[in-house]
Design a protein around this ligand. Structure first.
Ligand SMILES: *[C@@H]1O[C@H](CO)[C@@H](O)[C@H](O)[C@H]1NC(C)=O
Ligand SMILES: *[C@@H]1O[C@H](CO)[C@@H](O)[C@H](O)[C@H]1NC(C)=O
Length: 461
């Protein structure tokens, strides 16, 4: 009579022991990636981690991540993945260190960012695809041709294995966010998650100044330049009727401009001048980097190198790389945008608006926002695309176009469709919105996570 009971107890004890061991082992996995302290780092009240997740053992391809836990109560807060664009630029250098990470590099040390997004969420910054930042492929043939599909696939494998390392986040609400070429990376990864039925608890995506549709996005530049006084009436006419920017962009990608387009391009660049930051037309330029950019059909990579100088210095310190558990594999230095990667530039022409539509249909919340001083991917094209998508999906307006507020000031404008698809501008913000409007950006981020409309004018005066 006693035997079964003892047996059961024994089994229970064994099971318990096994579970405990697995738990400890798993914990130990992430423990190895825990950052003790970053050089020059101020005192903090959260844990942060950095390291590699192998996405292909045979080719030794591994992606580098930086993970900052929420400052308060990480277990109950959402998990948010952030992806910068390029294609080929670093989410660590741009997103974490220049936009909304916990610190900003300043004169060899780090200063606390008061509007860090890890006040609201557990922030996971991923350098993707391999070849970007500290992420690598030991087999360098990988770099010769990378496209959107390969990127999304590797990102999915990354997430699956990251959750194995950090199983405690598997049930948290999960969001994917990003900007610029992230207009491809973010929805494409989300779609793959939906298609493969990965159990990630994906609730929504948010994309800032995203590339969604080649012609609409690039051709909205002409009017933006013109309306902001960067080009003359006659140049505007040439830039719309003689040769438009999507033609210029496409020709450049395919080997060279026709004489007529070269002429229009020269006219436009001459009037805009190279002393304007096209990522925020009201911002003064970082003069040191003007020369680096000259000659290139401005901004082939959709990221502002100006904000990166201190980050470049910082992330190239040996002691910083050690503290981050990062290594340089096949490269001699960390760069904000990849020097080794050959991305399939034809993918720029793949529209991702239909992907947003599919996500909305499967119940995933979509926020598209625009820093309104960006001329690289201006708000006007983006707004048209979102509005068009809402019509196509037959979503009615649930929040009519209106100003939203931070304190008593207008922080931008917003419209919501069917309580699931939202558009918002951030007033006075650059292509990298949190870089120039950190406080407004954090407020937008919080409202998005909470699934709440953006604040209206407060009635109390
Ligand atoms: C490296 O990658 C290429 C292309 O992905 C592949 O054809 C080749 O076999 C790989 N080389 C090795 C040594 O695995
Ligand atoms: C840009 O130019 C192409 C070729 O002439 C044309 O098909 C397209 O409609 C133009 N786009 C805009 C927005 O004017």
């Amino acid at each position: 009579m006693m035997l079964p009971q003892i047996c059961t107890m024994f089994m229970f004890a064994t099971t318990f022991l096994v579970i405990a061991q697995v738990f400890l082992a798993v914990n130990a996995l992430s423990e190895a990636d825990k950052i003790v302290s970053l050089p020059g780092q101020p005192q903090i009240n959260f844990q942060h981690y950095a390291g590699y997740i192998t996405v292909d053992e045979h080719q030794q391809r591994a992606l580098f991540y930086y993970f900052a836990q929420t400052e308060v109560d990480p277990a109950s807060k959402p998990l948010v993945l952030w992806l910068n664009g390029g294609p080929g630029c670093s989410s660590l250098g741009a997103g974490a260190f220049c936009e909304h990470g916990p610190f900003k590099p300043s004169k060899n040390s780090l200063v606390k960012n008061d509007y860090s997004w890890n006040k609201e969420a557990n922030m996971l910054y991923l350098e993707s695809p391999a070849g970007v930042g500290f992420s690598y492929s030991a087999n360098r043939s990988f770099y010769v041709f990378v496209d959107d599909q390969m990127t999304a696939r590797d990102n999915l494998v990354f997430l699956q294995r990251w959750f194995t390392k950090f199983p405690e986040y598997q049930n948290n609400d999960f969001f994917i966010t990003g900007e610029s070429y992230g207009g491809h990376y973010v929805p494409q990864l989300a779609q793959l998650i939906v298609q493969t039925k990965a159990k990630f608890n994906l609730k929504g995506i948010a994309i800032g100044n995203p590339l969604l549709e080649f012609n609409t996005d690039f051709n909205s530049r002409a009017e933006f330049y013109w309306s902001h006084g960067l080009i003359s009436d006659s140049t505007y006419e040439a830039f719309t009727k003689v040769c438009n920017f999507s033609q210029i962009r496409r020709q450049y990608q395919n080997g060279g401009l026709t004489p007529i387009c070269a002429q229009v391009n020269k006219l436009v660049s001459g009037e805009v001048s190279k002393f304007v930051d096209t990522y925020d037309v009201t911002l003064d330029v970082c003069l040191a980097s003007v020369d680096q950019q000259a000659g290139v059909l401005n901004q082939l990579q959709e990221i502002d190198v100006c904000v990166e100088d201190e980050t470049f210095e910082y992330l190239n310190k040996k002691e910083v790389q050690e503290a981050l558990h990062a290594k340089l594999v096949g490269i001699t230095r960390w760069t904000v945008c990849s020097d080794v990667l050959r991305y399939n530039m034809q993918n720029l022409e793949t529209p991702t608006v239909p992907v947003l539509g599919a996500l909305v249909k499967s119940g995933i919340r979509v926020l598209v926002y625009s820093g309104d001083q960006d001329s690289v991917i201006p708000l006007t094209g983006t707004r048209t695309l979102v509005n068009g998508l809402a019509k196509e999906l037959d979503l009615s307006t649930t929040v009519p176009y209106r100003a939203w507020f931070e304190g008593r000031q207008v922080a931008g404008w917003t419209q919501v469709y069917g309580d699931i698809l939202s558009f918002a501008t951030i007033r006075g913000a650059a292509h990298e919105a949190p870089f120039t409007q950190p406080e407004r950006s954090l407020l937008l981020f919080k409202a998005f996570l909470d699934g709440k409309p953006l604040p209206e004018a407060s009635s109390s005066t």
